[in-house]
Design a protein around this ligand. Sequence first.
Ligand code: ATP
Ligand code: BTN
Length: 320
Amino acid sequence: MKDHSIKLGILKSLSQGGFHSGEELGEKFGISRAAISKHIKGIQAWGVDIFRVQGKGYQLAKPMQLLDQQIIQAQVENHVELIPIIDSTNQYLLDRAQDLDSGSVCLSEYQIKGRGRRGREWISPFGSNLYLSMYWRLDAGMAAAMGLSLVVGVAIVEALELLKFEDVKLKWPNDLYYQDRKLAGILVEMSGQAGAAANLVIGMGLNLMMTDKTQGITQPWASLSEVAGVQSIDRNQLATTMIQTLNKTLLDYELKGMQGFVERWNRLDNFIHRPVKLIMGEREITGISRGINEQGAVIVETESGLETFIGGEISLRPHH
Ligand code: ATP
Ligand code: BTN
């Protein structure tokens, strides 16, 4: 694996605020100013906005709070690993599922190959979002996995509500939306079965303070920094609350199943009672969205009455 320690060290210095000259940084890391300049270019390629002023040095365009594994670990029982630069936090846990305790967490600052549903890319600039995965051993087995993935969406919105963020909604099956734009995506993957139990990895990418400079996202997106109710975001506190709430909600789901979750999900549904279309390969269905049922299927009122739809190949969109 590539050693990113100098780049991460430079970022740590810059995240303290103010200007840092090439000379100062060079001395600190025992390398030349030219080498520092090369590292800065590498950091910029991770999506960090850094500018340079002649005679002063480098500065971050906006403040950045780095994640701190110790702060988070001190507040949760789950095993937590922070790997600042990673391919994908989901892949990391999938590769290690056999050796992990249920509830183990992987966090990252930058994903080289962050992924979304159906092999799509999840754009993951450094330090400005939250990339979190949790390994969960679901004793109820595969049949319960669909419900679990909906429950995860509820848990994440409720965690944001605990932190006083308002008006965050869900889009079936499990995206988070704010003002009709995508705020977060959830990806639940399976690493095989151990007897009757299912080994699941639950991944969440939550935008915190992404800038308009971010490229490659093909649909309207939102960041938590614009969500009403909160002035500033403490990323360590956010990660901690996410882990605690996810863990608690998943235990609750294992004990009681979908009981109570249909109402909790429907309360947060971004599209309830709105015209939608469901895209299923070549097929499209239009109607009015009526929330979900106990199986986790989406209910749509079409010309032929109430119909339910379920499955990973369905995309829900507003119908204008
Ligand atoms: P559906 O799953 O219903 O088809 P979707 O269009 O949101 O919904 P997903 O596969 O769930 O598709 O999500 C991946 C999509 O999300 C990508 O195609 C990309 O356009 C978008 N995307 C990638 N990174 C981000 C990000 N950081 N924030 C918001 N959206 C993103
Ligand atoms: C989607 O909306 O398609 C789901 C996006 C899921 C992104 C997260 S970021 C953390 C975890 N690691 C990944 O590679 N993907 C998920």
